[in-house]
Design a binder for this molecule. Structure first.
Ligand SMILES: [Zn+2]
Length: 418
């Protein structure tokens, strides 16, 4: 493992310049997918890539690929990147960091005169956030064959209904290249952690071993509406009381599978939602996450049992409908080991970590060996305008990315045989 270093100041300066596109008053960024601002950020990224000697191509779903040639043009590329779109109240680092860290890797290799055997490709994926056009990770999802291209392009804006395809056309990023269907030697993504673990442990690097699986549910408990005064307690079929017990069970299921399980009810509708009527119907959502499929299945069984027994106790009917299942996405053991070795070679304290959030890497893991590098963010806060990260941690992540990529792309120093 080599021990090269990126230019941390240049990386920081690029991040700050990019963050001006869509900058908000509170210091964040609002750069929704396929808006004019997204178009400006894409243009800037492409200009920087061309200045770094890369050839740039855009595919039909707007993913941008900037290629630094390798000695062997036949080899599949080693790819790295992330996304340029943000949440409406997003920060400067989510996504942007992975793209700029990749660019800094290319700039550093240029400075040092390194050639790689395999070509390198920087990528900026379209619509990772899923905020303007749901679902999330559409660009990488189409690339990985998870979604149809036509479906991806037809995703409607959640307010105006204009499609992602029409908006990409409008901002000049409905490219000519076919989406995916080509070999990728490896995919690396650097990202802020978006959680508190690394900061609390005082570690600059998280070696991401995979992403959690998720199961999402729609649950409806149905009882009977009745007058809040004349209906004696034993005769009630109160859907909200039943739902409250189910929601408590969701929380207990999460706690029972510590430390990795997450279990959340984030949306509840009570019907008729009237002060003096016993609720006849409650709808709520459940979001379960765990890195192991077997545990997720166990949580699924426990949820169904808890809902049925809570319903039976007060004579409710309950429907538990699984809405979405995203299997755990373990990353490639050899690439993950490469990230770990790169961190160790640089002398960075690090730990293995599971990604709690979805990332483009989760879909890329289905079609290419994949690994991610996490760096801490201040207070673990993300999807927020106050999202922040320390320059030295971002530099550390850039150094780990550089050496992991070089190792994978069979680098040769100037004058060295490949
Ligand atoms: Zn992101």
């Amino acid at each position: 493992m080599r021990n090269l270093r990126v230019n941390g100041e240049r990386l920081w300066a690029s991040l700050m310049e990019l963050a001006q596109i869509g900058a908000t008053e509170k210091g964040g960024v609002c750069r929704l997918a396929a808006t004019d601002l997204d178009g400006q950020a894409r243009q800037l990224f492409m200009r920087w890539c061309e200045q770094a000697g890369c050839s740039v191509r855009v595919d039909k779903i707007g993913n941008i690929f900037a290629r630094r040639p390798g000695r062997d043009p036949v080899r599949a590329p080693v790819m790295t990147g992330s996304h340029l779109d943000t949440q409406p109240t997003g920060g400067k680092f989510d996504g942007a960091y992975g793209v700029m860290a990749g660019l800094e890797v290319v700039r550093t290799l240029n400075d040092l005169g390194y050639e790689t055997e395999a070509p390198l490709e920087l990528v900026a994926w379209t619509n990772e956030e899923g905020s303007r056009f749901s679902p999330a990770m559409v660009g990488s999802g189409v690339f990985a064959g998870v979604f149809d291209l036509a479906d991806g392009l037809a995703r409607p804006d959640n307010v105006t209904n204009v499609t992602l395809g029409a908006e990409l056309e409008r901002i000049g990023f409905a490219g000519p290249e076919p989406v995916g269907g080509r070999p990728v030697k490896a995919y690396f993504e650097a990202h802020i952690e978006q959680g508190p673990i690394l900061e609390a442990a005082g570690l600059p690097i998280g070696v991401v071993t995979g992403a959690q699986g998720q199961r999402w549910y729609d649950i409806t408990a149905t009882g009977q509406e009745a007058h809040a005064g004349p209906t004696p307690m034993p005769r009630r079929r109160d859907a909200l009381v039943g739902a409250a017990r189910m929601i408590d069970a969701v929380n207990r299921i999460g706690l029972a599978h510590a430390p990795y399980a997450c279990a959340t009810v984030g949306f509840v509708q009570v019907s008729p939602n009237s002060r003096n009527t016993i609720p006849g119907r409650v709808f709520f959502t459940v979001d379960f996450r765990h890195p192991e499929d077997a545990v997720l299945s166990q949580m699924d069984r426990e949820l169904r049992q808890a809902c049925e027994s809570a319903a039976a106790a007060i004579g409710l009917e309950v429907e538990v409908k699984e809405l979405w299942y995203f299997p755990p996405a373990p990353f490639d053991a050899a690439l993950v080991a490469g990230v770990r070795d790169a961190a160790a070679a640089q002398g960075y304290p690090h730990q293995d970590i599971i990604s709690g959030a979805g990332h483009d890497a989760c879909y890329m893991a289905r079609v290419a060996p994949t690994a991610m590098i996490f760096v801490p963010c201040v207070g673990g806060i993300s999807h927020n305008e106050i999202e922040d990260a320390k320059p030295e941690d971002l530099t550390a992540g850039g150094n780990v990315l550089l050496n992991a990529v070089l190792d994978c792309a069979s680098a040769a120093a100037p004058g060295e045989p490949g």
